[in-house]
Every structure is written in C-alpha cells, then in structure tokens.
Write a protein that binds this ligand. Sequence first.
Ligand code: HEC
Ligand code: HEC
Ligand code: HEC
Length: 250
Amino acid sequence: MDSRQREAGKMTRFRRRRTAASFSSDTWTVARSWPVVCALSTLFALLVACNTETLKSISTPSPPSASAPTENAAVAAPSSPAASRSEKWKSLTADGLHDPRSPAIKLLQQPAEALAPLPSDEAGNKVDWIAALDQGLINPRTNIRPDTHINVLDLDIFLSLNGALPIVKFPHRQHTMWLDCENCHEQIFKKKAGATPITMTDILEGKYCGQCHGAVAFPLTECNRCHSVLHRDFKKALAESKNKVVVRPK
Ligand code: HEC
Ligand code: HEC
Ligand code: HEC
C-alpha cells in the first residue's frame, strides 16, 4: 500500500468522525458537551472501522471497509448465493450490540452484506478468515508505518503428542500473515518448542491460544481445528507437511 492510499484511508476515517460529531450535536441535546461528542464519535469510528468481531482486536489487518469498497481491505464482489446465507448474521439493529435508535445505524454496512461473499464457516462469525486470505478475497493492511518489517514464517509446530484428542498442529504461516512475531513471542509463547507450559485448562481460561481463540479468532469449541492430526496419521502428516516442522518434545 502506498502513502497516498494511506492518506485516503485517514481522510475517510476523519470524515466519518466529523459526521458522527455533527449528528450528535444536531440531534441530541445531551451531546453538546465535548466529552460526550468525543466518546460518541470515537465509538462511531470504531464501529465503522470494525464491522467484524474477529478482526476487532487484531492490530495489523484492516477489516472489510463499510462504505468504501474499493479501499485496500475491501471485500470482493459478491459471488456466492449471499441471500440464502444472510440469516447467519443478525442485523445491526437486532444484534444487541448497536443502539437501534442511533442515526449511525443507517450508515453502517450490515454484517450479512459484508460477510456473505466470504468463504463460509460454521463457527464464530461464520467466516473462514484463513481461506478468505488465501483466496485473496481480503487484503489486510500489514503495516501502519512503512518501516515495519513483514515476516511470514513457514513453520509448523506439533503439540499435545500424548493427549487423548488428536495432535495439535500450530501453523506459523497462517498466523504470521496477520500477526507480528511480537504478538506472541516472548510474552505468550517462548521461542522454543516445548518451553511454554501450555495446558487445555489454561487455554479455556483465556491464556496461551485462548488469548485470541474464543476472543478474536475461531472459538475453542472447535476442538478439531487445533486438534487436527489423528495419532495414527501423525507420520503421514509430518511427511506431508511441506513446511519446516518442529515437534514439541513430550
Ligand atoms: C500466534 C502466535 C505466534 C506468532 C505470531 C509467532 N509464533 Fe513462533 N511460536 C508460537 C508457538 C505456540 C510456539 C511453540 C512454543 C512452545 O512450544 O513452547 C512457537 C515457537 C517458535 C519457535 C521455536 C521453534 C523451535 O525450533 O523450537 C521459533 C523459532 C518461532 N516460534 C519463531 C517465530 C517468528 C520468527 C515469528 C514471527 C515471524 C513467530 N514465531 C510468530 C506461536 C507464535
Ligand atoms: C495472537 C492471537 C493468536 C494466538 C495466541 C493464537 N492464534 Fe490461532 N489464529 C489467530 C487468528 C487471528 C487466526 C485466523 C482467524 C481464524 O481462523 O479465526 C488463527 C487461526 C488459527 C488456525 C486456523 C488455520 C487455518 O489454516 O485455518 C489454527 C489451527 C490455529 N489458529 C491454532 C492455534 C493454536 C494451536 C494456538 C496456540 C498454540 C493459537 N492458534 C494461538 C490468532 C491467534
Ligand atoms: C485454539 C486451539 C485449541 C482448541 C480450539 C482446542 N485445543 Fe485442546 N489443546 C490445545 C493445545 C495447544 C494443547 C496443549 C498442547 C501441549 O500439551 O503442549 C491442548 C491440549 C488438550 C488436551 C490435553 C490435556 C492438556 O490439558 O494439555 C486435551 C484433553 C484437550 N486439549 C482437549 C480439547 C477439547 C475437548 C477441545 C474442544 C472443546 C479443545 N481441546 C480445543 C489447543 C486447542
């Protein structure tokens, strides 16, 4: 992305903030005080910028944009039978998150409109975000500052080798397409296979993988998305993995 596009993005956001502020002062007398105007416009800017839950807390990617479909992160033109899938997402007025009386509600894109064209998933917010990324349907912004170095790492780590459930395959590639090494290392995970004392109980309590999964990435109820390798298929999985592979010691 070049600096012109970045400027354009900034301008769009700036204009949206202005809209929110003038709405509040014209329409709602309560909004005459600056703190309220600021809070409302910030909230509105956030709502516009984050029209998907999954991407809300991830710093690098930019989610499908609400009103500027040609922007960098725009969703591709609808190609799937969107109508039949649209009941998967509640409308903004009914989702229990947005104020249905807010004038902003008419300006925001409906989740069904934004998300239906993307590859489908049964869990979470019903989009397979990795497939969307791999198919080039979304193009998240990788860096805000031009000097940020992007580093995609092709390295699979197999964990939970002796568990009752299938073995966990942690793929670095799919994570580092959105995330920086520092999002995980060394705060959440040590940079050495086997060095972090991960347990499922901790994950369910929101630690380790659970810092993101169940919060901004697919939910923890999707056991087999992580526990994806059957014990009897382990050798085959190692052989088939084209990436550099590390097996976490027992
Ligand atoms: C989403 C989280 C996440 C991100 C982002 C991430 N890693 Fe990791 N990384 C892990 C986990 C989990 C392990 C295994 C830790 C353990 O077993 O204790 C690991 C292990 C490693 C290891 C140890 C491999 C070995 O041979 O023992 C290296 C090296 C590593 N990561 C490098 C990187 C680099 C470089 C980046 C950025 C390009 C990165 N990681 C981004 C989660 C992540
Ligand atoms: C810093 C945030 C973060 C952490 C920590 C994290 N993940 Fe993820 N993970 C993501 C995001 C974002 C995605 C992509 C969105 C989605 O699929 O919901 C993802 C996707 C995945 C996928 C799907 C890959 C695909 O090809 O579809 C697997 C498997 C996965 N993570 C396993 C793990 C495991 C196992 C751990 C812990 C060892 C872990 N993740 C820790 C953020 C994280
Ligand atoms: C986001 C990825 C992820 C999801 C989703 C997930 N697990 Fe795990 N699970 C892990 C990791 C990572 C470990 C620990 C690996 C290790 O021992 O190093 C683990 C370990 C386990 C263990 C071994 C015991 C332990 O505490 O280490 C069991 C049992 C388990 N998981 C059950 C489940 C069940 C049941 C579900 C679905 C309800 C589930 N897991 C969903 C990643 C996941």
